[in-house]
Design a protein around this ligand. Structure first.
Ligand code: ADP
Length: 670
């Protein structure tokens, strides 16, 4: 289910989810975790939230949602309880100035809400519906963390509520009352809200905050776990009544509570009874031992967690007997029972605090902590952290999955960016090629047009009788120029077809020898200054190919052999067979090509340095190469500057193998 939400989130919210899970998987108190998570969420610039925020939790059997955690802003006071149905009305004043987002704390779609998270926009401008959905997804992570942490240790709070004595849980630093019970409100006449803005000292007659602090100093410094003193409380209406004050520091898995119990009778026994109740209400197991390691007092949970029978180990029992009982049952693993007992007793009696985690044979995980008492002795606490450990594992797994999602999404985005960049690069190359092409073709067409024009003008000037030789010569020039333009256009068209993947081969069985001879014949007509020598007897009789395309290839090579050898008249054409292949080579004695130009020669529009001063487009050879490749053959070149060139083509006699090519072949019987 969480993954389902994650897939809809933008990358910045995914990262926030990952950070939230990271914060939660650290082994820390819930309040610290909530603090960090609130930091993460209110710190997201995309959401533009104010730093103040609050988390409210519904408790069984209670109307409304109770304040679990909050962060003040100067102009905002959070009520202790809100009505989840009507959150805005729960705030007395200072409201409506900023945009306000109550978000239900649910662990997934269709689940019941366990409370509400309140966030505030930095300005009055409301965030978009899409961002509010993201805020809800983030709050969902908070809900899961609170549930995994087993809720805000409700039992102790319930007991405080039920007590018929005044109980104040207060903050040790500011002394501010963070929670007071209904009895306190009834006795003092102050509302719970007023009490939440007071300190226990303020309730007392003739006691300054400094005096109160001095009174509970042993508690704050950790020297004692409880302090008792007499005081007088003043009611809201001014009347005064005596109280016996018992102040406690109570350790719990969620951190230390500082609580004051104000008993109106001088009955110490009742206070002690209350202590026992408080002890029993603490979710963990607690045992107080004296300096000789005898059990003074223990709560029921201690017996449960240590899995020891209460009747066998009543107060007064020796710690080592309890340890021996467990060691004998194999609770501490294999080893010498007495040695294991001695080691543990010695550690406890050292008078130093220590803590460790232990997995029991049953799979239960316990956190064990020992705190020395000022007058000797120590308090042992056992907390069942099995669920927390399991939740931690789940959170770590969730976090890892989320990290994988983040990685995958990041990779997807990177791939998209790379593809875009590639497309952009291609577009740029195509643009450049087009510019180059337009410049070149316009230049290339101009030359034959000038020849035609020149020949026509000379014919016109002759007006009267034109000698047959003159006519033949000019007509010849015009035809050659036209032929050159037709060739040029054809190669441009073919190049375009190949570029767009629309080139189709029309395969026929044909005689390569005849095809080459025809090409030589055509070439002879236009290049009367050159001598063409053909050695074609060893060619196979027929090969399967696109006759037109191959004829164009040969014509191209012959044309180049003539063009790039203006002062070397001999062109040699050879044909032979090598296994399943027909071979054709065209050799000239012309300008040749520099070694470092050879690898680039078949690229479109590339022209070798030796071609300077000779007209050309750089299209022909790239076309030759592509036609040969489409046929499943290849072309190689041997050349040296000033020593001529030999182009050798290899074509499969049976035509191209079609598997894996995108060719559309059209079979035509010869
Ligand atoms: P074009 O001849 O129109 O420039 P091609 O694609 O046919 O275009 O040839 C590309 C380049 O290869 C030519 O510009 C030239 O530099 C070089 N080339 C091709 N054939 C020869 C040859 N027979 N001798 C020397 N250089 C050649």
């Amino acid at each position: 289910m969480p993954q389902k939400t994650w897939t809809k989130l933008p990358p910045w919210a995914l990262l926030a989810c990952r950070d939230i899970l990271r914060a939660a998987t650290a082994n820390r108190r819930l309040v610290d975790i909530l603090n960090e998570i609130t930091d993460i969420i209110t710190g997201l610039s995309d959401l533009d939230l104010a730093p103040s925020a609050a988390l409210y939790i519904g408790e069984c059997g209670q109307e409304g949602h109770r304040l679990l955690y909050h962060r003040h802003s100067d102009d905002l006071i959070f009520p202790l309880v809100i009505d989840p149905e009507n959150i805005s009305d729960s705030f007395p004043q200072g409201f409506g100035r900023a945009s306000f987002y109550p978000v239900p704390l649910v662990i997934g779609e269709g689940e019941r809400s366990i409370g509400s998270a309140l966030f505030f926009g930095r300005t009055a401008k409301r965030m978009s519906a899409q961002k509010q959905t993201i805020l809800m997804a983030l709050a969902q992570e908070i809900a899961r963390i609170i549930i995994n942490r087993g809720g805000p240790s409700g039992t102790l709070i319930d007991l405080v509520e039920l007590s018929t004595d005044e109980i104040y849980i207060f903050d040790p630093l500011s002394l501010a009352i963070v929670r007071a019970n209904h009895t306190a409100s009834i006795r003092t006449g102050h509302s719970l809200e007023t009490l939440s803005r007071m300190t226990p000292a303020a309730l007392k007659v003739d006691m300054s905050e400094a005096a109160y602090r001095a009174q509970i100093e042993p508690l704050l410094s950790g020297r004692c776990t409880s302090i008792c003193f007499d005081a007088r409380h003043r009611r809201r209406n001014g009347t005064v009544y005596p109280v016996k004050v018992q102040a406690w520091r109570i350790r719990s898995d969620e951190g230390d509570f500082y609580a004051e119990v104000a008993v109106t009778t001088a009955d110490q026994r009742k206070a002690f009874g209350l202590l026992e109740q408080v002890f029993d209400a603490i979710p963990g197991g607690i045992g107080v031992f004296d300096k000789r390691s005898r059990l003074l007092m223990a709560n029921r949970r201690l017996y449960d967690l240590m899995n020891i029978p209460p009747e066998q180990f009543p107060p007064g029992s020796r710690f080592e007997d309890i340890l021996r009982y467990n060691a004998t049952r194999g609770e501490y693993g294999d080893g010498n029972v007495e040695a294991m007992v001695r080691e543990r007793v010695e550690q406890a009696e050292l008078g130093l605090p220590y803590s460790f985690e232990r997995e029991r044979a049953s799979g239960k995980v316990l956190a064990v902590r020992s705190e020395p008492l000022s007058g000797g002795g120590y308090v042992l606490s056992y907390t069942d952290i099995t669920l927390r450990k399991r939740a931690e594992k789940e959170l770590i797994r969730d976090r890892d999955e989320l990290e994988a999602t983040v990685r995958q999404r990041t990779a997807e985005i990177a791939a998209q960016a790379a593809a875009l960049e590639e497309a952009l690069k291609q577009e740029k190359t195509i643009n450049a090629m087009q510019r180059q092409f337009v410049a070149m073709t316009s230049h290339e067409f101009r030359t034959p047009l000038a020849i035609i024009d020149g020949a026509a003008q000379r014919l016109m000037r002759k007006k009267g009788g034109i000698e047959p030789d003159f006519l033949v010569d000019k007509t010849h020039q015009i035809r050659a120029a036209v032929m050159r333009m037709v060739d040029l256009m054809e190669s441009i068209l073919s190049a375009g077809r190949i570029d767009t993947g629309r080139m189709e081969l029309t395969l026929v069985d044909c005689s390569l020898k005849k095809l080459i001879e025809q090409a030589i014949h055509r070439q002879r007509m236009f290049s009367q200054n050159h001598r063409f020598q053909g050695f074609l007897e060893d060619l196979p009789d027929v090969i399967r190919c696109d006759a037109l395309a191959i004829s164009q290839v040969v014509t191209n090579l012959l044309g180049n052999a003539v063009k790039y050898a203006p002062r070397a008249p001999d062109v040699t054409i050879r044909g032979w067979r090598e296994g399943e292949f027909a071979m054709i080579s065209v050799q000239d004695q012309g300008v040749g090509i520099d070694a470092d130009d050879i690898p680039k020669l078949f690229q479109p529009y590339f022209r070798a340095r030796t071609s300077t001063g000779i007209a050309g487009t750089g299209i022909g050879l790239s076309l030759v190469k592509q036609v040969v490749t489409l046929h499943g053959g290849d072309i190689v070149l041997q050349s040296r500057r000033g020593h001529g060139s030999t182009f050798t083509i290899r074509l499969p006699i049976r035509g191209p193998v079609t598997v894996g090519t995108s060719l559309q072949l059209e079979e035509k019987a010869l």
